[in-house]
Design a protein around this ligand. Structure first.
Ligand code: FES
Ligand code: FES
Length: 918
């Protein structure tokens, strides 16, 4: 019996029309309708992102009207008509709006898709061809963190049309905007995320977390507590960790306990874990637990950490500096000081929350002497290594099975539910599940590093020779997480995608008592781009040169020598990006000029910004291994350890495989992520999967083709076709074939297997950050047109045109989706997103862009092929976001004449800056 269903004596019997059928059930009157749908009826297409009416993921149709199921008491469903995403299709046929979603590629991670579809269905039921304003209004209550909403809005506007896109012909998948391979499951509500795969018979785990940023604590009589709480079967503390109670993203810095040991270093740190019946675990009030807290002074800022007057965050690190990095080429400091034109500025950015709509979720179970974890993640093999260390097991004794991932953006690389559920399941020999609440997700997960940047930029009198002196401090919070990766990546990218004759960049990551800051789409580069682009504008202004033309003059080109000593050998499409933007930039400037005489408080401004991004890990081995097998029936199985977190890796890898093998995509089945079944493809981060895993699957398919040719004893010139149960060789007429059924079958079910590995040619960086940090770089540039209300300080971004050099767009629609989603996150960073521990720990107070905040977006794809990439492809995830905030902030500066050096540029800050500039 699920928690929402109760005995007839205490519950309420209700009858509801659910997806077209009358259903009767006795419910706890206080239960949420969302829980009734999910837990009792198994309709897990209704997602829960917040349980507070903020995210809209649980949106259903309630008597034909969109409503948040998490806010409706189950008892209110009596005699009502309820339609969930599972009820939108009819007899296996997608509704028109579902078809349109698939046609337009409107889903990325897909966690918001059921809610979006419900909201759109209500609108389209009332009006078959709504206006854009009506669509925006209808979708306003559902948040999407991935797509930037553009393709969702386009799909709803286009929903009057029927039909699905045609599949590309065999050999023509690369370059085609084919629908996602998991798109059908997403639109039907069948995709299974972390909370959707939890078996019925699990115990539930809830971590108890620190309410203090810094405190000592002592745990009292837990046995007594257990005795008085019969539904709780176990309380885990640090002593229950079977292996090492230390997590870390770098082997040499394992500083984060699974459960704190007498000292907490940030609000939200886990100190113990309750395991038991769900109702019992949820009923415990934290303040009733026997924990004595002794709050300590907290280090809350980089400045406080640098002063080192309080006790350090980690005793073994007295200066609070986790890591420092520098990169010098020429004499950056001296050249800037002696230059004809010198500009300088200080900039600050805030903690930014990933705000994926799917909170952390999953379960673990013990299988003999092995532990198995099913959870939402970006990095199954990394998880496997971490769980093995925590459990004191060999890595082979740990199996990670990733679920569908409802958004990650870097935040689901670090451990969340995995270690504690594994420990509990191990001790209790029962499956144990955990789903973070939204406030818990926000308090416990990593953030984008706040940065404090001091930068000087200079040029000679002619504006030809540039110099940079860059100094950045990052707040890495209480634990290292990916702080070293941020501090190391930033100096390489500190100047932006421009030629500097003299260059000095230094960065430090400071421990504080803030939330651990980790990986977040850009690894520190979005922060540094804000400074570099602002000063480039100022310098261009000093020289009276147009900002776009100034960027073009100094843009990195093929053959340029980078400050690291690496030569930019091949793909470098920044000039093409900027030239493609030129007409859009001029049009935006013309609009600004035309509006200059307008009365009223609203004024227009335009900004342009550019960025580059090294694809993959910095100066580190970065391999991926892929396998593809041919089965006796002629179908293929792609074994991919590259987790698709919404960016479309599964689809892109299938496209590449299909074209190398010359087969239709639907002939390929995918086995994804499971560490028992797939090889290590590395983390889904740093824009690396299309480039690295894409190349690996290309090599794997070539390996399979070579195996087939060896078997058939034919050369490369011989035509070869994989068909049903056979391989045909030679021309259709007069050729011959090999029957696959006659070949010996491997244990895995295949008759032939191809394997490919790719590790881009990088070198470790020396102490001065010199070397080859990345094998290839993606480039991007954007123009933003903004309207600022000078009285209110509010900013509305009206239009963004983005040009991005991705080497080759394997799937243009997916690439556009990445760019649109990156722009949404950049807009949030520029204007509204600021995580304040204990203050903005929910999606009501922490604002992310809604559909109404989004501008018109135009995406221009530039394809300067990367020779080492699959079909020339590089990466797009991060480069799409980097120029957005700088371009928007530049637009605000142009509109107002005010200095905006603090992100987010909230209305209060903009207003203050305007007043200061008067
Ligand atoms: S789960 Fe209902 S609004 Fe977020
Ligand atoms: S696709 Fe909308 S939240 Fe991921």
């Amino acid at each position: 019996m699920s928690a929402v269903i109760t005995e007839r004596a205490t519950g309420l019997a209700i009858r509801l029309m659910l997806n077209g059928s009358w259903r009767e059930v006795v419910v706890d009157p206080a239960a949420r309708l969302s829980d009734l749908l999910r837990d009792h009826f198994g309709l897990t297409g209704t997602k829960v992102g917040c349980n507070a009416g903020d995210c809209g993921a649980c949106t259903i149709l309630f008597d034909g009207v969109q409503a948040c199921a998490c806010l409706i008491p189950a008892a209110q469903a009596d005699d009502k008509m309820v339609v969930t995403v599972e009820g939108l299709a009819s007899h296996g046929h997608l509704s028109r709006v579902q078809q349109a979603f698939e046609r337009h590629g409107a889903a990325q991670c897909g966690i918001c898709t059921p809610g979006m579809l419900a909201a759109a269905t209500e609108l389209l039921g009332a009006k078959a061809r709504p206006t854009k304003a009506e669509v925006l209004e209808a979708l306003a209550g559902v948040l999407c963190r991935c797509t930037g909403y553009t393709k969702i809005v386009d799909a709803v506007l286009d929903a009057a049309e029927a039909g699905l896109p045609e599949a590309p012909r065999p050999g023509r998948a690369v370059g085609a905007s084919v629908p996602r391979v998991d798109g059908r499951a997403q639109t039907l509500g069948e995709a299974r995320y972390g909370a959707d795969v939890i078996p019925a018979d699990v115990l539930w785990l809830r971590a108890v977390r620190s309410p203090h940023a810094s405190a000592r604590f002592a745990i009292g009589d837990l046995d007594g507590f257990l005795a008085s709480h019969p539904g709780i079967v176990r309380i885990l503390t640090a002593v229950d960790v079977p292996g090492s109670n230390r997590l870390g993203c770098f082997p040499e810095i394992r500083d984060q306990p699974v459960l704190a040991e007498g000292l907490v270093r940030h609000r939200g740190e886990a100190v113990l874990a309750l395991v038991g019946d769900k109702a019992a675990v949820d009923a415990v009030l934290d303040e009733d637990l026997p924990i004595d807290w002794e709050p300590l002074p907290a280090i809350e800022s980089i400045e406080a950490a640098a002063l080192t007057t309080a006790a350090p965050v980690h005793g073994e690190c007295p200066d609070n500096i986790l890591i420092e990095a520098r990169l010098e080429s020429g004499d950056g400091e001296g050249a800037v000081s002696a230059a004809a034109h010198i500009v300088e500025g200080s900039f600050e950015t805030a903690f930014v929350e990933h705000a994926y709509i799917e909170p952390e979720a999953g379960y673990a179970r013990r299988v003999g002497d092995r532990i198995e974890v099913h959870a939402t993640t970006q990095s199954p093999y990394f998880d496997r290594g971490e769980i093995a260390i925590v459990m004191g097991l060999a890595p082979e004794a740990v199996r990670i099975v990733p679920t569908a991932c409802g958004g990650g953006f870097g935040g689901k690389i670090d451990q969340s539910v995995q270690p504690l559920t594994a420990i509990a399941a191990w001790h209790l020999d029962r499956p144990v599940a955990c789903v973070y609440s939204r406030p818990e997700s926000m308090a416990a997960s990593t953030k984008r590093h706040p940065a404090r940047l001091r930068v000087r930029m200079a040029s000679d009198a002619a504006g030809e020779r540039l110099a940079l002196d860059f100094d950045a401090d990052f707040n890495t919070g209480a634990y290292s997480s990916w702080g070293p990766a941020v501090a190391g990546r930033v100096p390489v990218h500190a100047g932006g995608p421009y030629r500097f004759a003299d260059f000095r960049a230094r960065s430090r990551a400071y421990y504080t008592n803030g939330p651990p800051a980790g990986a977040f789409r850009g690894f520190g580069v979005p922060q540094s781009a804000i400074a570099q682009e602002a000063l480039l504008d100022t310098l261009a202004g000093r020289l009276d040169v147009d900002p776009l033309e100034f960027r073009l003059r100094h843009a990195l080109r093929r053959g340029d020598l980078l400050p690291t000593g690496q030569r930019l050998e091949a793909s470098a499409g920044l000039v093409d990006c900027l030239e493609a933007l030129r007409p859009h930039w001029r049009a935006a400037l013309a609009e600004v000029r035309a509006a200059e005489g307008d009365a009223g408080p609203v004024c227009l401004g335009a900004g342009v910004a550019a960025a580059w991004y090294g694809v993959g890990n910095t100066g580190a081995s970065n391999p991926s291994t892929m396998r593809i097998g041919l089965r006796p029936d002629g179908r293929l199985t792609l074994y991919s350890g590259a987790v698709d977190i919404g960016q479309g890796a599964d689809t892109v890898l299938t496209q590449i495989a299909a074209d190398v093998l010359g087969v239709a995509m639907d002939r390929i089945d995918l086995v994804g992520g499971d560490t028992d079944l797939t090889e290590d493809a590395g983390k889904t981060s740093a824009s690396r999967q299309t480039y690295i895993s894409g190349r690996a699957i290309q090599l794997a398919c070539e390996d399979l083709v070579a195996a087939i040719r060896r078997l058939a004893n034919v050369g490369e010139s011989e035509r070869m076709t994989i068909g049903d149960g056979e391989i045909r060789l030679g021309e259709v007429e007069g050729g011959h074939s090999i029957s696959l059924a006659r070949l010996p079958v491997r244990e895995s079910g295949e008759v032939l297997l191809g394997e490919g590995s790719f590790d881009p040619a990088t070198t470790a960086l020396d102490d001065a950050s010199r070397g080859i940090p990345y094998a290839t770089y993606a480039f991007s540039a954007q123009v933003a047109l903004v309207a600022v209300d000078r009285e209110l300080g509010t900013t509305q971004v009206q239009r963004i045109v983005a040009a991005v050099d991705v080497g080759r767009a394997i799937n243009p629609a997916l690439v556009e989706g990445q760019v649109e989603g990156g722009i949404a996150q950049g807009l949030g960073m520029a204007l509204m997103e600021e995580y304040l521990p204990g203050v903005t720990e929910n999606l009501h107070d922490y604002l992310i862009p809604t559909v109404g905040d989004m501008p018109e977006i135009e995406v221009i794809l530039i394809e300067d092929p990367e020779p080492t990439g699959p079909f020339g492809a590089k990466g797009v995830g991060e480069p799409s976001l980097l120029p957005t905030a700088p371009a928007i902030l530049a637009g605000i500066r142009q509109a107002t004449g005010a200095e905006i050096n603090l992100a987010p540029a909230t209305p209060a800050r903009v207003r203050r800056a305007i007043l200061a500039a008067r």
